[in-house]
Design a protein around this ligand. Structure first.
Ligand code: PGA
Length: 221
């Protein structure tokens, strides 16, 4: 039985009250979420809401893991504005690294991303490393890679499951254990990806913002 990761990414969305609402809605359906030991549900919230999300997960005893959307390439010290791996490890166990929105809007290079992976691993965080294709370099120690083709992100135009499987196989051949697919994933198309041999889950952005849509993705995966 392969692992299935359902990793929601809120990106730069939601207020604190909307965060509370989302977790309350999820709590109403919590028995549906925890039905399968091989399924791991992860939600990537903005840094600011990690403490709040952690306390809500505790309050409702939810089987959901938390992730950060980024990590500093540096450790503790004089790096104004940066959130480091040690700080993150108090609140979450996963971290997205190398999302195309970071590469494009924040000019993150392969070199910086490799440092971020090092910092994540040094602090016991599991990197979810994003690539746009099978050519993109993947730092050592990464075990979860998200294949996210640029044309599919936020467009409503997902890749075909066959092409995603082809790319996933190429990435698997590099020795990566878990390859997930991201880009316009919905409750309607999720199964067409997760049923493929080399696709071990999905990374929905827009469809994770609404708690009901997110639960549908979990249930249909
Ligand atoms: P989307 O985003 O589901 O809104 O296409 C996916 C992502 O960027 O991870």
């Amino acid at each position: 039985m392969k692992n299935i990761y359902i990793i929601g990414n809120w990106k730069s969305n939601k207020s604190s009250s909307q965060t509370v609402e989302w977790f309350e809605k999820i709590a109403h359906k919590k028995d549906l979420i925890a039905k399968d030991a091989f399924k791991k549900t992860v939600i990537c919230v903005p840094y600011l809401f990690l403490p709040l999300a952690k306390s809500l997960i505790g309050k409702y005893a939810l089987d959901i893991h938390l992730a950060a959307q980024d990590i500093s390439p540096f450790g503790e010290g004089a790096y104004t504005g940066a959130i480091n791996g040690k700080q993150l490890s108090e609140y979450c166990s996963f971290v997205i690294i190398g999302h195309s929105e970071r590469r494009q809007n924040f000019a993150e290079t392969d070199e910086v991303l490799a440092k971020k992976v090092t910092m994540a691993l040094a602090n016991g965080l599991t990197p979810i490393f994003c690539v746009k294709d099978s050519e993109t370099s993947i730092p050592a120690g990464v075990k979860i890679v998200a294949y996210e083709p640029l044309f599919a992100i936020g467009t409503g135009q997902a890749d075909t499951p066959d092409n995603a499987e082809r790319v996933a196989l190429e990435i698997a051949n590099k020795g990566i254990e878990n390859i997930i697919y991201g880009g316009s994933v919905t409750g309607e198309n999720v199964r067409s990806f997760t049923e493929k041999d080399h696709i071990a889950g999905v990374l929905p952005g827009k469809s994770s913002l609404d708690a009901d849509s997110f639960v549908n993705i979990i249930l249909n995966s």
